[in-house]
Design a binder for this molecule. Structure first.
Ligand SMILES: Cc1ncc(COP(=O)(O)O)c(C=O)c1O
Length: 393
């Protein structure tokens, strides 16, 4: 099997697993317990906070561990919205956000908040001037994804944040779930307030995430219970998960440059081969995109059928977001980028990971273009002769 769906999830890396194992077997105490077992677990959890903070250029107390990227995003958006309600009700975002953000913001509408969903260009990028123009004195939060999961486009974050910073009192949240393995996230340089991470995108454990929140930022906790995570996220901590996230994040941060260079080279090898097939168009930004991410539209094909055919050839790809697989709705991302439904149906996402080998890339180069061309030819026959009676009969 050649796994080329790393935007959906990545394998747990060995070093993260090895760091987690003692926390599941020997150091199993509850970090809130005062005894030795609890203190050992607390020390491991503290260290995980320190590691994540160091990778982001923040402070350990600014890190809140969560059950994944989705929970971190929910906590950031709902927490900031409810805490800021007295100052305003407007929340600005883009039309290409992950549903974890988009659905959360739309959900808040029923509680009196006003979502402003900004359009993007053909590549999925938001114009900083358009963001600046959308801000009003009711704006309390701007939530932006750093990199898009479906098309890999990286937003011009520095320019977008500076458009917000011309105004006072607005929180900025970044959904860095997809970007974290490949884009440097220095929270001070970025000048943002909240950053969401999901461990399984950088070879950490699934069901584990983190929210970084600038010291002094007020959010309303979204679950009530104990005083864990400095009252911001109640519930006994997943110490092994936090340690695994921290180890994987630390390693991906140190290896980022080298990994990105290799993935870019490998991705471009596949890109060169697939764009040689007639009717294939790369979606997303040609340069400002995640290094291992290749998204395309193969005209006159069904992405689902191509992905299925590739699966039969032993190659795992997807049509877009794993969270919407099986949905008959066209991708909201491609729609927002201006692709009509019939074109968006031909979407295919090929996403490489740190573990992808050159040999796999060469095999993918041989198989993927051929499969696309074959599915396209098959679709043309069906279109010309839907009842299978033989063309011309
Ligand atoms: C950009 C983005 N945001 C949020 C999420 C949700 O993260 P999780 O799967 O950790 O809940 C994903 C996952 O695909 C993502 O790609």
């Amino acid at each position: 099997m050649i796994y080329l769906d790393n935007a959906a999830t990545t394998p747990l890396r060995r070093e993260a697993l090895e760091a987690m194992l003692p926390l599941l077997t020997e150091t199993y105490g509850n970090p809130s317990s005062a005894h030795a077992a609890g203190r050992r677990a607390r020390a491991a959890l503290d260290e995980a906070h320190e590691t994540v903070a160091r990778c982001l250029g923040g402070q350990p107390r600014e890190v809140v561990f969560t059950s994944g990227g989705t929970e971190a995003i929910n906590l950031a958006i709902k927490g900031a919205a409810w805490a800021g309600k007295a100052s305003g009700n407007q929340i600005i975002t883009t039309a290409v956000e992950h549903h974890a953000a988009l659905h959360t913001i739309k959900h808040l509408e029923s509680f009196g908040f006003e979502p402003v969903i900004l359009p993007v260009d053909r590549y999925g990028r938001l114009d900083p001037d358009q963001l600046g123009a959308a801000i009003t004195d009711r704006t309390i939060l701007v939530s932006l994804m750093v990199a898009n999961n479906e098309v890999g486009t990286i937003q011009p974050i520095a320019e977008l944040v500076s458009a917000v910073r011309r105004h006072r009192g607005i929180l900025v949240h970044l959904d860095a779930v997809q970007a974290a393995p490949y884009v440097a996230l220095d929270v001070k340089a970025l000048d943002v307030d909240l950053v969401s991470l999901g461990a399984h995108k950088f070879e950490g454990p699934k069901g584990m995430g983190a929210l970084w929140m600038r010291h002094g930022t007020t959010i309303l906790p979204q679950q009530q219970g104990g005083s864990q995570e400095r009252y911001r996220r109640a519930g006994t901590e997943n110490v092994a998960g936090a340690v695994g996230l921290a180890r994987a994040f630390e390693l991906c941060t140190t290896e980022r440059g080298e990994t990105a260079r290799r993935l870019r080279r490998q991705r471009d090898r596949i890109r060169e081969a697939v764009t040689a097939v007639a009717g294939v168009e790369i979606t997303g930004h040609p340069r400002e995109r995640l290094p291992g991410h290749l998204s395309l539209i193969a005209r006159d094909t069904e992405g689902e059928s191509v992905s299925l055919a590739l699966d039969l050839e032993g190659i795992c790809t997807s049509t877009g977001s794993a969270c919407t697989t099986g949905s008959t709705e066209p991708s909201h991302v491609l729609s927002a980028m201006g692709y009509p439904e019939e074109e968006a149906r031909g979407a295919l996402r090929i996403s490489l990971g740190r573990q992808t080998t050159d040999e796999e890339v060469e095999r993918a180069r041989a198989i993927i273009p051929d499969t696309i061309a074959r599915m396209r030819a098959a679709a043309a026959v069906v279109t010309a002769d839907p009842l299978g009676q033989g063309v011309g009969s």
